[in-house]
Design a protein around this ligand. Structure first.
Ligand code: C5P
Length: 226
């Protein structure tokens, strides 16, 4: 059977990666978390003081640094794990400091050009489930299956809060809700590849769905598409 390309886009913290990973595992496809790639560039920029005190990015310095930023995702004990220049940063890239700085980084055209090129290379052979914001519109406009996921900002903030608590990481619901709303705004208003539903993407609002229900729904869409 031909291996297809599956693009899963949508708002922050709406469970895209949970469903994308589960589908990839079930059907034996490769899963790529493109948000983690933007988070790696952000972590690098934070560590190298490439932000001004008011949160603006020092773009020229970042442009020069881009060739030194190597991002890799591997399965470790069955879990997709992100490496920045060989260091396992899976946990660090999820903290609120990175979340608060990632959207301005993801709005920079040369950052997007570099990461999109890498993503297209990874998915060249098909057999891939990729989640992000612009996969169905820019990275793989010809993907055979495109899903656009959303849920209310409050539901998403609560899920993110529960997830951080479970991992024993610091979490404040009000801060998380603010971050979710700010990222929605910046992601959908930026000039390059703004977050939007591709015309041929299926819409999934999972505000009132369990993880099992959404996994089942996604599997049905996969079966229809293959
Ligand atoms: O998916 P996640 O929330 O980890 O993504 C972090 C941020 O990276 C998003 O808020 C968005 O600014 C950016 N992003 C993007 N394009 C993608 C994936 C993520 O702009 N394909």
């Amino acid at each position: 059977m031909k291996k297809i390309t599956i693009a899963i886009d949508g708002h922050s913290s709406c469970g895209k990666s949970t469903m994308a990973k589960e589908l990839a595992r079930k059907v034996g496809y490769v899963y790529v978390d493109t948000g983690a790639m933007y988070r790696c560039v952000t972590l690098y920029a934070l560590r190298h003081q490439l932000f001004t005190a008011d949160g603006a990015v020092l773009e020229e310095q970042l442009r020069e640094a881009m060739p030194q930023i190597d991002i890799d995702q591997r399965l470790i004990d069955g879990k997709t794990t992100t490496f920045l220049n060989g260091e396992n940063v899976e946990r660090e890239i999820r903290n609120l400091e990175v979340s608060n700085h990632v959207s301005p980084i993801a709005a920079i055209p040369f950052v997007r050009t570099a990461l999109v090129a890498q993503q297209q290379k990874m998915g060249r052979e098909g057999g891939i489930v990729m989640d992000g914001r612009d996969i169905g519109t820019t990275v793989f406009p010809n993907a055979e299956l495109k899903i656009f996921v959303t849920a209310s900002a409050e539901v998403r903030a609560q899920r993110r809060y529960d997830e951080l608590q479970q991992k024993g990481m610091p979490a404040d619901y009000a801060d998380i809700l603010k971050n979710v709303q700010e990222r929605d705004y910046i992601d959908s208003h930026r000039e390059v590849s703004p977050l939007r539903q591709a015309d041929d993407a299926l819409l999934l609002d999972n505000s009132h769905m369990t993880i099992d229900e959404q996994n089942k729904w996604l599997m049905e869409q996969f079966e229809k598409a293959t």
